[in-house]
Write a protein of this length. Structure first.
Length: 333
């Protein structure tokens, strides 16, 4: 971990994020209800090297999008810290570092102002940060950005409603790139798009990463998408990381039972006849998570230790890290 920390662009260190989900004060007073807190992210740590793509995956509600929002500053962490290029982003002097990161949101229909022309949408971060002087230079920069994402400079005169979903996401990417960021947080950027359009956007993002030396945190619930773009993959369950490894190793040899469940859910287009072991059950109520390992109610390998003791992350010796008593005890085949 020391070598990786030395060369990492971003480090997330033991971050947690809680939300107050209590009922209104009067209801609590009349019905005698206590305050209720939702622990959306619980003690999550990872690092991202320059130029790589780390994907966070998991079912809806596992906390991966909350992690993304904590990193870019939309939510302050309840505990822990985010370190970018060696500086703690909570320090007052590190505020300028946030200009070096941007976010691409999930829904291209909701993330663009419908009353603005595309050129104004793309130019907004440039103007806000004073990156270009003069209207002619600003127009040239916007035209360059639109061309870079596969659109025409003339598209700057149009409004968002005149574009398809894939084209709108290209506009979102152009806007994110307009402030010359080094690090992009991509929160399910293809989930609202058709499958054929998803491939185009993913290929565009990989091409931009190679040309501009970008670093990505990619949030997704779709492992088929993650397999196409990620360098490393972190798997989250109920607010915690349960496994993290290089993408190829994780897909070839998943360690955690939950990771195995997710990979088994990917459609087998080659019809290999590979045996699949479904894991029953649903994600527990996050307001009352299980004692011990949060996955034990759904895990076919759970024993008394799993039901009583929460596992910590450890390196099993074959690459990556995993939080699982069954792996530590050698009980998985």
């Amino acid at each position: 971990m020391g070598n990786r920390a030395d060369r990492s662009l971003l480090r997330v260190e033991n971050i947690g994020r809680e939300f107050d989900v209590s009922r209104p004060w009067l209801n609590r007073m009349l019905e005698g209800e206590p305050l209720r807190s939702l622990r959306a992210v619980d003690d999550v740590s990872f690092s991202i090297d320059r130029g790589e793509t780390l994907a966070l995956v998991g079912e809806s509600g596992c906390g991966k999008s909350t992690v993304a929002r904590v990193i870019v500053g939309l939510h302050p962490p309840s505990r822990g810290r985010v370190v970018f290029d060696g500086a703690d982003l909570a320090d007052p002097g590190a505020a300028a570092l946030r200009r070096r990161m941007q976010m691409i949101f999930q829904d291209p229909y909701a993330s663009l102002n419908p009353r603005w022309r595309v050129r104004a949408i793309v130019a907004e971060p440039i103007v806000a940060q004073g990156l270009v002087a003069g209207r002619a230079n600003l127009a040239a920069r916007v035209a360059e950005l639109l061309t870079q994402v596969g659109l025409s400079p003339e598209d700057g005169d149009k409004y968002p409603h005149e574009f398809s979903g894939g084209q709108r996401q290209r506009i979102s990417i152009a806007r994110a790139l307009s402030s010359n960021p080094e690090f992009l947080v991509c929160d399910e950027p293809t989930s609202a798009l058709d499958v054929s359009v998803q491939a185009q956007i993913l290929n565009l993002m990989k091409d931009l990463q190679d040309r501009l030396v970008l670093t990505y945190l990619f949030i997704s619930h779709n492992l088929a998408v993650v397999a196409h773009i990620a360098t490393r993959v972190g798997v989250m369950y109920l607010g915690r990381l349960v496994e993290i490894n290089d993408a190829k190793q994780l897909f070839d040899r998943p360690r955690h039972p939950y990771t195995r469940m997710l990979i088994d859910a990917i459609p087998d287009l080659q019809m290999t006849g590979k045996a699949r072991i479904p894991v029953a059950g649903e994600v527990p109520n996050p307001l009352a998570p299980p004692v011990g390992c949060a996955f034990h109610p759904r895990c076919p390998h759970a024993n008394e230790r799993c039901r009583a003791e929460r596992p910590g992350m450890f390196a099993p010796g074959s690459g990556g890290t995993v939080a699982c008593h069954a792996v530590a005890d050698g009980r998985l085949g």
